[in-house]
Design a binder for this molecule. Structure first.
Ligand SMILES: NC(=O)c1ccc[n+]([C@@H]2O[C@H](COP(=O)([O-])OP(=O)(O)OC[C@H]3O[C@@H](n4cnc5c(N)ncnc54)[C@H](OP(=O)(O)O)[C@@H]3O)[C@@H](O)[C@H]2O)c1
Length: 510
């Protein structure tokens, strides 16, 4: 029993899933924490939007206030825990608390993805700190690891499954053969998907988390453009089947890796084909996992429940106790000056990314890291494309076009543009005028270069605009995990076998 007791008066913003979890965790652990560390955690105020809303029975309603300022500005609040979500008024509230020198613990990945550097800077300037363990993978201590362990090591790569909703849906599709919509409804019934699941299934949530991780790994903010992320809405049962036949599992993956020159960072958010033996391929259901590679230590993998009241509250309380105890500096995002010579996030590249990520092509540098991309093209369900160039490219008629003085079919043109090794047309049935074509690439140049070649222009900006105008859902890109495809002949044989068995025929695909 510690003799001297230090009291921390906590103000909580939000009493939803996470806020309620924090209250429950405080009630359960406070005594033990006081006994072990001499820190008395006392909840003094809780801000909510609607005072009349029913709350869990153990929530002391006398603590509720309807204005976040009554928490952040209050003299009797020493620390603020932010669990409101969203960018505003969360940003205003966190800034108000930090400006008064109050430490802030937040679970808000969206806020951090856009404003982490600014908020961390404010915390530093006021001699206080901002901690955010639970913003990524809830209670699984990955932010702590990046902040605390990776000091002598340089982080060489982050690769992870950080969205439980996507992982549950893909696991469900793989295990039970359900299509995307059935699996999504199942996720909603189980409480694993929000009534509005857009941020999860479109990959935005995962992108926000990657932005937080990138900042803690390399001390640089990622330019967050939500179009940067590809989600899983376009994944079909045929994709899942093909993945299985290739000995792979389709997972929604976030990845960040410095490029070979070490000057830029290549990021990816979207579906990826992982060989079945890959550690992340084994991560099922709503679980999350992150692989952090250090140049000295090698690959470390962290896995656990990445969402939910209990585990998120755990991440929050660990932040509070750790920072209160002895290492507040760890909570402040690392000083960039420590990372002289470290990678810069290439803003131009990040901004180019949307051209590829809208189920189009990958990042400009991503293809250099992946030995192969398996690209599915399918005709728009609505049959039309907004761009002439794309209509010409994939109108499915097989008309030959002239390109650089050479005649190409649309398939050949795509294959040429990315240096594809193999194109497998898949008939869609008599009643359907569309076709699907699978392309296997062993990229000889970047995806950006391939895109430029396809549209026949040289102006990257123009390419971006054109692609963004094309109908969403035209392309699905499944990069193979780095280093997986070493034997292309074997891959082609497998694909031919699948094709010969009619696995990818129109009737089955649709
Ligand atoms: N849910 C998870 O598993 C999880 C995991 C990790 C991180 N997070 C993050 O934690 C945060 C909270 O998530 P959640 O799931 O707990 O959300 P939630 O259930 O929607 O709760 C949000 C809470 O904030 C309150 N609130 C919203 N706007 C407010 C305002 N302007 N002033 C005062 N109170 C306001 C709401 O009040 P009312 O109750 O009156 O509406 C509600 O109590 C988000 O940033 C989320 O990304 C969540």
């Amino acid at each position: 029993m510690t003799e001297k007791v230090k009291t921390l008066r906590l103000g909580l913003l939000g009493c939803g899933v996470v806020g309620t979890g924090v209250i429950a965790a405080l009630q359960k652990q406070s005594e033990e924490i006081e006994h072990r560390f001499g820190i008395q955690l006392v909840l003094v105020k809780v801000a909510v939007r609607d005072l009349q809303r029913p709350r869990a029975p153990f929530v002391d309603r006398s603590l509720l206030v309807s204005d976040w300022q009554q928490v952040c500005q209050a003299d009797d609040v020493d620390w603020v825990i932010e669990a409101m979500g969203g960018r505003q008024p969360a940003k205003e509230a966190v800034m108000a608390a930090l400006s008064l020198g109050k430490p802030v613990v937040t679970a808000n990945k969206e806020l951090l993805a856009f404003h982490q550097q600014e908020l961390a800077g404010l915390a530093r300037s006021r001699g206080t700190f901002l901690a955010c363990e639970s913003s990524v993978m809830a209670g699984v201590p990955v932010v702590y690891m990046l902040d605390a362990y990776f000091q002598a090591n340089r982080v060489m790569r982050l690769q992870g499954i950080v969205n439980g909703t996507c992982n549950y849906i893909l696991s469900q599709m793989s295990e039970s053969g359900e299509d995307f919509h059935q699996a999504l409804m199942q996720a909603q019934r189980q409480g694993y998907a929000e009534p509005d699941p857009t941020a999860d299934i479109e990959g935005r949530d995962a992108l926000y988390k990657l932005a937080v991780l990138v900042y803690h790994a390399w001390g640089q903010p990622l330019v967050v453009n939500p179009d940067l992320a590809a989600g899983i809405t376009g994944v079909s049962t045929a994709d899942i089947r093909l993945a299985k036949r290739l000995g792979c599992t389709l997972k929604h993956v976030v990845e960040a890796v410095p490029t070979a020159s070490g000057e830029n960072l290549s990021v990816y958010v979207g579906p990826q084909l992982l060989p079945d033996g890959h550690p992340l391929a084994q991560v099922c259901g709503v679980n999350n996992a992150l692989s952090i590679s250090g140049d000295l230590v090698g690959n470390l993998i962290f896995e656990g429940p990445g969402a939910g009241a209990g585990t998120t509250a755990s991440g929050i309380l660990e932040d509070v106790v750790r920072c209160a105890l002895h290492q507040p500096d760890l909570a402040v995002s690392r000083d960039e000056s420590l990372w002289e010579g470290s990678v810069d996030v290439d803003h131009q590249m990040a901004e180019m990314h949307p051209s590829f990520a809208l189920r189009t092509i990958g990042t400009g540098t991503q293809s250099l890291r992946h030995q192969a991309l398996l690209v599915r093209w399918q005709e728009s369900p609505h049959g039309s494309l907004s761009l002439t160039v794309w209509e010409n490219l994939i109108d499915g008629t097989g008309e030959r076009q002239t390109l650089n003085g050479k005649l190409f079919t649309p398939d050949e043109r795509v294959a040429w543009a990315w240096g594809a090794e193999k194109a497998i047309p898949v008939p869609m049935g008599k009643s359907c005028r569309g076709r699907r074509v699978w392309f296997v690439f062993q990229p000889r140049h970047s995806a950006a270069e391939g895109l430029r070649r396809v549209v026949g222009g040289t102006d990257g900006t123009q390419v971006e605009r054109q692609v963004l105008e094309s109908t969403v859902g035209q392309w699905a890109v499944f990069p193979f995990a780095d280093g997986f495809v070493t034997d292309f002949e074997q891959l082609y044989e497998m694909l031919e076998e699948i094709e010969a068995e009619g696995e990818l025929t129109g009737a089955k695909v649709r």
